[in-house]
Structure formats: C-alpha cells, structure tokens
Design a protein around this ligand. Structure first.
Ligand SMILES: Cc1cc2nc3c(=O)[nH]c(=O)nc-3n(C[C@H](O)[C@H](O)[C@H](O)COP(=O)(O)OP(=O)(O)OC[C@H]3O[C@@H](n4cnc5c(N)ncnc54)[C@H](O)[C@@H]3O)c2cc1C
Length: 474
C-alpha cells in the first residue's frame, strides 16, 4: 500500500498526546493491514508526562490532572475503546467554594456555566454585592463586540459581566485551570465557545439559553457532572495505553537532541545517546520551546512563533490528615482563590470528598495548587518544604486544621502550563503556514489547540491521521 516499502513514523514525547498519536497510528495500521513501523521516544524513565498517579501509604495521589471533561468526547471515547468503562468515576461531591475576604463561600452550582439556569442562583451567592449581582444579571443587555479578532479573558469578562463578578468569581474559575493570568489569556483560544456565543447570539446569556434548549432536544442528562475521573487514578489510562501499544517500539529514557531533514524528505532524529533514528514522518509532542530549538535550522519563523508561547510553572501539594484533625465538614469538591486574596495558593481540591477511594477510612486527602503565570517564581525557586508549609498554613484557618499533615508530597510542574495569550490562534495560523513545506513534521499537544486531556487526545489522533495521509501520498 505504501510506495516506499515499510515506512517508519516516530512519535517524540510519551505524554498523553504522544501516546494517543501512537495508539491511533497503530489502529490505522491494523485496520489497513499494512506494515508500518512506529516508534515512541520518551526522555523520562516512565510514560505519561504530566499524567501521573502515585500510591502512598494507602492514599491515591494524582500529581497532575485528576479528571477530564466529558463535554469534549475524546478522552471518554478513548477510555471506552480501551475497555475502561468500569474505571469511570463521577464526582461524589460537586459543591465548591470561593475564598473571599478570608472566608469560604458556597458557590451555587448553577453558576458554573457563568449564566445560571435559574436566575435565583445568582441572588443566592454570598460573595457578591447587590450591585455586583445586578450588573452580572444584565449581561444579556451589554452590546456585542463582533469585530474584534481576540480579547483578554479578563477584559471580556469585565466587559460582559462587570468587574466584581469577573474578578471574584469568573476569573478564578476560568483562568485557574490554565494557571494563567486573566489579562493575558486569549478568550478566542481558551474559551472559543463563549467567544463565539457573543458573535452569534449577541450575549452569553442568549447563547447559553440556545445551547441548553439544544441539549434538551438531544436528550442530554440535565444535571450530570461534566467531569470524570478514573477509579485507579489518571495514571491507569497511561498504563492501559502502554499495554495496548503492542505494535509500537516504546523507548524510555531516550531524549531526542535534534532533527535533520535529509535531501529525500525523510528525517534523522539525533538522540542524546546512540545512533540517530531514520524516520519518514515525525510527530512532535514535546513542549513548544523544545520543538522551537529543533526546528530553528528548518524555519526561523516557526522557531520564533513556537518560542513566543510562554509556559507557567505550578506546584501541586498533596496533604494527608487524620479526619479528626480537620474541623471543616469538607462537604464539597474544594475551593478556588481569586488573585485578590493574599494566601499564596490558587485553589484546593478536597480529593477524598470529591472522588471515591482517594484516602483510607478516617483520613482526608487535600490537593493544593500554587503558582500561575507571572506569579510562579515561588514554585521555581523555593524548597519543597516551604511550598508544603505555605499550603498547610493557608488551609489551617480555612478548614480548622489542628494537626500537622501525616505527609506532604510536592509535585512541581516547571514550565509546564502553556499560556494561550491574546493572538494565540493567529500565531498558530502563521506557524502552520511556516511549516506547510514540511508535511513530514507534525506538531501536537497542549501547546497548541487545547491543554485539557480530551483536546490532547484529539490532537494526537489528528496528527496520526495526517502522518498516515502523508505516507499514503508518497
Ligand atoms: C498540575 C496540573 C493539573 C492539570 N489538571 C488537569 C485536569 O484535571 N484535567 C485535564 O484535562 N488537564 C489537566 N492538566 C493539563 C494536562 O495534564 C496536560 O495539558 C497534558 O497532560 C499535556 O500532555 P502532552 O502529552 O501534550 O504533554 P506532556 O505531558 O508534557 O508530554 C510531553 C512529553 O515529552 C517528553 N519530552 C520532553 N522533551 C523530550 C525530548 N527531548 N525527547 C523525548 N521526549 C521528550 C516529556 O518527558 C513528556 O513525557 C493539568 C496539568 C497540570 C500541570
């Protein structure tokens, strides 16, 4: 089927994007019944990249992502394809809180989509003034700005919902996931659905009313949580993928050092150690700043655009306590912290309340987040002990904690969260243009079109399809 004999595709990076790319390539190869050599190169001694689950003293710790969104179907689909139905776990608690003025306020769950299904929900919020609520409830009357190509998340939210609602509630809810600064994140890239709603329906309120009617017509369950976790942690998805990659040569502890394009259009992957690998197509799922270095000799423009994608560092501090050491009932999934609260943390997930099986009986597991774009020096410079102390000290007064943690595990994710800044989509278009002369080189992963697990899986799958199509054309 391939004119070139047995082609070789190399996937660089064994995070969820690279694993998905290798898995879907293997599937294309199996369906076509054509010989194809697939190699996956990973610098670390383990697969998964930012996805990792650790067992510690009877606790189950997801050190990076702990769940995925099901509204974007690709992660759920992959779990089902891999026979992981029985592993899927819905949250046991959905109530979450907001830290305002040093106090935790319950957030009516209808507010999660910004415009509540029932208007009363906004009026129940204790973290907004009367004026703030009035202003937010008038979002449907704010004239639409349809001509702008992009806008910062913070500016968009303040313009549509007013300053108080934006800063106290919407920004921590929407920027927190990206460890991003609201005044730099691109609304068009990070929340395209809301961005488009203003354009199509004139307001988020009208857009959401339309969307809800549509979902009702489609018979979607009304109040189901849009998030799912895995019973044995997100790492079990990595393990299952690894087991299924029987037709893929997986090489761990094999950092790539660079790429050379050969005159016949094939590629040489230079490894830190050993002989270079020859490939007919390469899928790069490494961070954009690493891809930038490798692509510099091929396209200065592509390298410059890739370098322009900044990364933030964050830390996840997992803290374990005896249940009786924590006075707070912990009835909920955790809390978010707006930038205006001076506590040094950006949020906390009450893991043992939110997901089944995270802690032994009579114990609790809490996950605290530290650092976001522009405020990540502490994560980059401080000792683990200090980060653990900051997390514990922030929680003590809020959750009435009376003992030291049984253990604290700090996981630093340095330069790990790509920031889709204003103009991100325009930069991606220029990048595609700059690389259009190199169809044998494909980029995929969290730096480009979605940081969440479902989007990474989709991008891995799309890269596999494009590599396959490229090989067919040769
Ligand atoms: C703390 C945290 C919490 C998160 N929470 C969630 C969540 O709850 N839900 C959600 O959907 N998403 C979440 N995310 C986002 C999501 O986890 C990531 O965007 C996603 O896992 C990135 O996958 P990736 O494969 O694109 O990149 P990575 O996981 O970064 O994989 C890239 C791989 O490339 C390898 N590599 C790098 N350089 C080389 C080299 N020279 N040679 C060979 N290999 C190399 C790396 O070792 C790594 O394994 C979270 C992220 C973080 C950091």
């Amino acid at each position: 089927m391939f004119a070139m004999g047995v082609p070789h595709v190399v996937v660089v990076g064994g995070g969820i994007t690279g694993l998905a790319a290798a898995y879907y390539l293997q599937r294309l190869q199996q369906q076509a019944g054509t010989p194809l050599r697939i190699t996956l190169l990973e610098a670390q001694h383990r697969l998964g990249g930012k996805v990792e689950t650790v067992q510690h003293e009877g606790f189950l710790l997801d050190t990076g992502p702990d769940s995925f969104l099901t509204l974007k179907p690709w992660a759920l689909q992959l779990c089902r394809e891999l026979g992981m139905e029985a592993q899927l776990l819905s949250p046991s608690a959905r109530q979450f809180f907001l830290l305002i003025g040093g106090r935790l306020h319950a957030v009516p769950h209808e507010l999660v989509s910004l415009v509540p299904t029932r208007p009363q929900a906004l009026w129940r919020a204790t973290f907004l003034s009367l004026l703030g609520k009035l202003r937010a409830s008038m979002e449907g009357l704010v004239p639409a700005q349809r001509n702008q190509e992009d806008e910062a998340l913070g500016a968009f939210l303040r313009r549509r919902f007013g300053k108080e609602f934006a800063m106290r509630f919407a920004e921590p809810l929407m920027a927190g996931i990206h460890a991003g600064h609201p005044d730099r994140l691109s609304m068009a890239a990070v929340y395209p659905m809301y961005w488009e709603m203003e354009r199509r329906y004139g307001s988020i309120t009208r857009g959401l009313i339309h969307l809800r009617r549509q979902r009702q017509k489609d018979g979607a369950p009304r109040d189901a949580s849009p998030f799912m976790a895995l019973r044995d942690g997100m790492g079990s998805l990595i393990n299952r993928l690894q087991q299924r990659l029987r037709g893929v040569d997986v090489m761990l502890s094999t950092p790539v050092a660079g790429i050379d394009l050969l005159p016949d259009g094939s590629l040489h992957l230079r490894l830190e150690q050993g002989e270079p690998l020859h490939a007919h197509a390469v899928i790069l799922t490494v961070p954009a700043y690493t891809a930038a270095k490798w692509l510099q000799p091929l396209s200065e423009t592509a390298a410059r655009l890739l370098h322009a994608i900044p990364y933030a560092s964050t830390a996840v501090v997992s803290l374990a306590y005896r249940r009786q050491a924590v006075g707070h009932p912990l009835e909920g999934s955790g809390f978010l912290v707006p930038r205006t609260e001076p506590v040094g943390i950006t949020g906390c997930t009450w893991s043992s309340s939110k997901w089944e099986g995270r802690a032994p009986a009579d114990h609790v597991l809490l996950r605290v987040f530290i650092g976001y774009a522009g405020a990540d020096q502490m994560v980059e410079q401080q000792w683990d002990e200090l980060l653990a102390r900051v997390a514990h000290d922030a929680l003590c007064p809020l959750l009435d904690i009376r003992e030291q943690p049984l253990f604290a595990q700090v996981h630093r994710w340095l330069k790990a969260m790509p920031q889709y800044e204003v103009g991100h989509l325009a930069r991606l278009r220029q990048l595609e243009e700059a690389l259009s002369a190199y169809p044998m080189l494909l980029l995929a992963g969290s730096a480009y079109r979605g940081v969440g697990i479902p989007d990474c899986i989709r991008q891995g799958k799309e890269a596999a399809d494009r590599a396959w199509q490229y090989l067919l054309r040769q």
